[in-house]
Every structure is written in C-alpha cells, then in structure tokens.
Design a protein around this ligand. Structure first.
Ligand SMILES: *Cc1c(COP(=O)(O)O)cnc(C)c1O
Length: 235
C-alpha cells in the first residue's frame, strides 16, 4: 500500500514535470527540495526511501537534530540538506557544521561567519543570496541593488561557493501576478550571472506549494515544497 506522503510526493513530481513541459523546459533542470520543517525524521525517511536526496529545514535546532539523527541511523541515504530559514549570527556555526547548502544569506556578516566556521574537512558550503524582490522593509532578504556587491564578496570566500539566488515573494492569488514577481527575480539572476561570469552560479530557488507552476514557467531551477508533500503543518 502506498503511503499518503509518498503519493503526495509523486503528485508533486508530476506537477513539476507538467509545468516544465508547458514551459518548454527539461524537468531534470528543476530540483525539488522537500521542506520537512515541523515533520519528524520518520516522515523524511518515507521520501528518502523513494530515492529522493534533497531536503530543507527552517529552524536551526530542529534541523540539526534531524540531520544528525538521520546521518547516524541511515548513512547510506547520503541526504543533501538545505537551510532555508532566517539565520542569526549566533547560530551560524551549527549550520556551517551540519548543512550542505544555505539559501538565506542576506548580509555580509552571516557569509563571513559561515565561511570561517565551515569545517575544513568538508566541501565548501553551497550558498544562495536571499533577495527581497517585492520590497517590504521588514521582510528578510537583501535589496536587489545590493546583491551584486555581496555576490562579489562571497566570491572571495574559500569555504563558500555562491550558487545563485533565492526568494520568497508575498503570496499572490493569481498566475499573472505570480509570474510577474518571479520574472523580476529571473531578470536579476541573469544580470548577476553575466556580471560574475560563473558557470557555478546556476541556481534560482523560487516557488513553493502554491506557486510552483508559475515559478517554473519563470525560470526557477529549485522549488521548495512542504505542505503539498507532508500536509498542513501544526502551528
Ligand atoms: C515553509 C517554507 C517552504 C515550503 O512552503 P509550503 O507552502 O509548505 O510548500 C518553502 N520555502 C521556505 C523558505 C519556507 O519557509
């Protein structure tokens, strides 16, 4: 019998495939991050057993516990863990030690600390700059005009590898508004990529359960899906 979470996961994969084909893109260009915040390691394992590798967590303590537990009980899975939550400077060390990617760098100090704290025996931490594409002053993410400057600074850091941009726009109810804001991020991504002239700057992380299709149509290479796989989160 198929588990509900496993069948949800297959539906999300199909949705990605359909959305990619509608946008005349290869489905293989789009990475699915299974966002497991608020869900137990046992739920993560249901997806990992299907062969999926890429997972994401929002909260440092919860994430580090889950990552460590699964690494010790199921080392054969070799999961790849992305940190996608707000990151305060007193928590950077744990993230540098336990995660493979950090998608939410929005200031130099956080990048510097992660670079210093990344253990030397591990490969460089893969990072994205989080952009505040639709503008509220209280939102997390860097103002688009400051992204290139930070990207160049990160380019000098030997324990970080800059892979792209990430954004969490305000929810928009309709397709045109979703595409409108995602295309703004895509444009910024292309302009930064041409300035940096780096093949490794290849990741544009946008799109969640509610706007996945519009994000893929606008050029997303990495969607982050929680609810549509694991179900509603308990508050
Ligand atoms: C929670 C979260 C997601 C997943 O959101 P869903 O709507 O549950 O798919 C994606 N990205 C970030 C940054 C999140 O915090």
């Amino acid at each position: 019998m198929t588990d509900l979470i496993q069948s949800n996961f297959h539906k999300v994969q199909q949705n990605i495939e359909t959305s990619a084909l509608m946008a005349h893109r290869e489905p293989g260009e789009i990475t699915l991050l299974a966002v497991s915040k608020n869900f137990a390691a046992s739920e993560v394992l249901k997806i990992a057993e299907l062969g999926h590798k890429e997972f994401a967590e929002n909260y440092v303590q919860e994430g580090v516990e889950k990552v460590s537990l699964i690494k010790s009980t199921h080392p054969q899975f070799n999961l790849i863990w992305h940190f996608i939550g707000p990151l305060q400077s007193n928590k950077t060390k744990l993230v540098a030690e336990h995660f493979d990617w950090v998608l939410t760098i929005d200031r130099l100090k956080i990048a510097q600390r992660l670079n210093e704290q990344r253990p030397k025996h591990l490969s460089p931490l893969q990072v994205c700059i989080q952009v505040n594409i639709d503008g509220g002053p209280t939102k997390s993410g860097l103002d688009p005009t400051h992204v290139l400057g930070l990207a160049k600074e990160i380019g000098q850091m030997s324990s970080l590898e800059l892979r792209g941009l990430m954004t969490i726009p305000d929810p928009q109810p309709n397709w045109d508004d979703q595409v409108g804001v995602h295309l703004k991020t895509k444009q910024l991504f292309e302009s930064i990529k041409s300035e940096l002239n780096s093949d490794r700057f290849d990741t544009l992380s946008m799109g969640m359960s509610a706007d996945l299709s519009a994000a893929i149509s606008s050029g997303s290479t990495m969607v982050r899906v929680g609810t549509a796989i694991f179900g509603e989160r308990k508050k």
